[in-house]
Design a protein around this ligand. Structure first.
Ligand code: SF4
Length: 373
């Protein structure tokens, strides 16, 4: 394996406020702290100058990266170019939320070389946005997509959530159809899963909030992806659909178990069969980087059964499926009792050298993985 990776993730841990369903680490945005963080990121690039080269993708995720000023984002990209060099035509994504990006900021990002923008729309129904505790309205979301187009973006991705308290099949369909009117190149649909230690989880436990029935949620998944396919999108990963040719290159690298470098708080890296993660606290990160130390908190060599599990868990998320030839001992997986049983249950299928989830298996993917492990 190469020692310099070609995929770069940059984590921006700031948000306007905490959404009640979110268990990601993020802190409230403060301009001075953000400035210090951006400087630390650029220093971390210097410290890891030899870890990545000739980048094929740069992905700024969060948190809410779009909350930074246009100049800060442009500055991070300039530093990435100078430190690692970015290939012509590389996919450069910035995640953002409606309400944090103006047309003017979008233009700065586009001018700085960002060529893919991912917008956290979530729903186009006001009551559902309120149930999610989002800080934007449906109009803000549509305006953000419109502004992205106006700023010159021809690769726009939006995130939508289904299974929201109070959501019905009809309101979900209405959101998807409304979203399709803006013709984004890429649409991700995620099921709302109440994570422990979130206010939403507690509200559900106390009976103050109820999620839609499981069968309805399953129907939402099929209906959502079905509508997208009817409109010419390719369903290429459990939660992701794209117009042909607009599949997310950066995320495909994760699912193909490719190597990547992660910069910033809590960001993970994977290279030479080793996964590593960093400190999450922003101030701890900034202090450590200022001393020239990369605050790695965990390192794990992925070998043997762990390696095989990763191949299965990641590769089978894609609709193309897991290329069994990549997996050590892959042939024996195809002949295993677990796979035989899953084929019998209609949850997975074998197509040539690929093992993949069926339509039924897509919604029961967690169960499939548990049985296979
Ligand atoms: S904006 Fe995104 S990252 Fe930030 S709190 Fe909400 S869901 Fe979490």
């Amino acid at each position: 394996m190469s020692s310099a990776v070609e995929y770069l993730y940059i984590h921006i841990p700031f948000c306007i406020r905490k959404c009640p369903y979110c268990d990601f680490y993020s802190v409230p945005f403060r301009p001075q702290l953000a400035e210090a963080y951006v400087n630390a990121l650029c220093t971390e690039m210097e410290l890891r100058r030899d870890a990545a080269k000739d980048l094929r993708t740069v992905y700024m995720g969060g948190g809410t990266p779009g909350i930074l000023s246009g100049d800060e984002i442009a500055g991070i990209l300039t530093a990435a170019k100078a430190t690692f060099s970015i290939r012509p035509g590389a996919e450069i994504t910035v995640e953002t939320n409606p309400g944090t990006v103006s047309l003017e900021k979008m233009k700065i990002l586009h001018g700085a070389g960002v060529n893919r923008i991912s917008i956290g729309v979530q729903s186009l129904h006001e009551r559902e946005l309120a149930a999610l505790g989002r800080s934007h309205t449906a109009d803000d979301a549509l305006r953000a997509v419109h502004d992205a187009r106006g700023a010159g973006f021809d690769n726009i991705s939006i995130d939508l959530i289904y299974g929201i308290p109070g959501q019905t099949l009809q309101t979900w369909e209405a959101t998807v159809l409304k979203a399709l009117e803006s013709s984004p190149e890429h649409i991700s649909t995620y099921e709302l899963t109440p994570e422990k230690n979130t206010p939403l989880y507690r509200s559900i436990g106390q009976g103050a909030v109820t999620l839609p029935d499981e069968e309805i949620v399953t129907e939402m998944y099929y209906r959502g992806t079905g509508l997208l396919k009817e409109h010419g999108y390719v369903h290429y990963e459990i939660s992701n659909c794209a117009k042909p040719g607009y599949e997310c290159v950066h995320n495909l690298n994760y699912w193909n178990r490719g190597e990547y470098l992660g910069l910033g708080t809590g960001a993970h890296s994977f290279s030479n069969a080793r996964r590593s993660g960093k400190i999450k606290a922003v101030s701890g990160y900034i202090q450590s980087i200022a001393k020239g130390d990369i605050p790695v908190t965990e390192e794990l060599d992925i070998k043997g059964a762990d390696e095989i599990r990763e191949f299965i868990f990641l590769g089978m998320r894609t609709l193309a499926g897991l290329d069994i030839r990549q997996v050590p001992g892959g042939e024996s997986i195809l002949k295993s009792k677990a796979v035989e049983e899953l084929v019998r249950l209609g949850l997975v299928e074998i197509a040539g050298d690929f093992l993949r989830l069926t339509g039924k298996g897509l919604v029961l993917s967690n169960e499939v993985f548990v049985r296979m492990f």
